[in-house]
Write a protein that binds this ligand. Sequence first.
Ligand code: EPZ
Length: 421
Amino acid sequence: MDSIIVRGGAELRGQIPIAGAKNACLALMPATLLSEEPLTLTNAPRLSDICTMTQLLESLGAEVSSMQGGKVIAMSTHDLGSTRADYEIVRKMRASNLVLGPLLARAHEAVVSLPGGCAIGARPMDIHIEALEALGAQIELKDGYLHAVARGGLKGGRVKLRFASVGATENVLMAATLAKGTTLIENAAREPEIVDLARCLRAMGAQIEGEGSSTIEVQGVDRLHGATHQVVTDRIELGTYMLAPAFTGGEVECLGGKLELIGAFVEKLDMAGIDVTETEAGLKVKLRGDRPRAVDVITEPFPGFPTDLQAQMMAMLCTAQGTSRLEEKIFENRFMHAPELVRMGARIEVHGGHATVTGVDKLKGAQVMATDLRASVSLILAGLAAEGETVVNRVYHLDRGYEHVEDKLGAVGARIERVSA
Ligand code: EPZ
């Protein structure tokens, strides 16, 4: 099992290319199930989660090939060989549940394993189920699998999401493209990944309006055709690397970065004393003073502060001037990185969904354990600022969502290496 060793104290300078978005690509790939014609994605990220989604789609009958070192994914589902998403694949990656809507829309049936629990929360699928039932699906849970049928096909309807769930919005949006009649999705999620999915579906011939707002209207069509779509930039990878200079000093330019992808996050960076400037190629970031300032953060659905940047922000606030308060409102168990940061000398108190971080002058390197994807990268960032050596174990979590982190950070001056045990 790989670990990553970080020797702190090196200033960062240079450019970091930002990849296509994991969370967009994981929703875009199942769209191939909606059409008999080829769907090609460009600017795709090279990540283990993308390989898992490929495995899942192939198990359903899709042909998937990747080119240009994995940056281009060509898919075609001329014939659906199966409508069953097996537990053995789904347990590896929750986003597998995004095949439910497309399978129901195309084949009028689907058997999809429930993903089960996850380190950051219970993450049920009740909102997905309610939304698809509003389009006429009948769904029952049997032996850990959702058995769904839509006799005669899905029918357009009014869907009001109890919570602006990203996954439920993606599932019902894809399902509604082939439903008979009009679907209105209210309290829809507004994340850039939803906008990217709607753009791709429209390129396939879908009739969609309102993506990016809380109300999306979809006019069902009989069939969708092929298309080529460029995956949007990964705003979470972007935010992660934008924080790096706050740990080390120096200046980094994130290539492909765009302000509109991370509005609320940039406001917090400014309050913490971190300058962000737009360049032709992306976003340039540097610390104003010699130490960040404390800020309070509450995670919310887009356009609020993203929960997927909470761990990285907490790590940054560990050496900030003053005391910061963080509230995690999206997931019920997303402070697993806190005790690991405390091992590095941080001062953090956690009470349920609230955490208080009192900045210290210096962190100290230590052996730490990654518990989930974003927690793992927060420990690497903390290692950049720490005295001595930090060893981050279980980095398989990291490879699910970050392409070659040690190469990208190493290229701008970090002393970082991957070791295999
Ligand atoms: C997506 O997960 C992302 N994953 C997550 O990123 C991200 O943290 C999350 O959206 C929020 O932004 C992908 O896109 C693959 P939700 P998703 O449905 O769709 C509750 C990362 O680090 N809920 O918006 O699963 C749920 O339990 C990952 O890249 C229900 O109660 O998120 C959670 O508390 C982690 N019932 C909240 O809503 C449901 O049916 C938000 O979940 C659905 C969700």
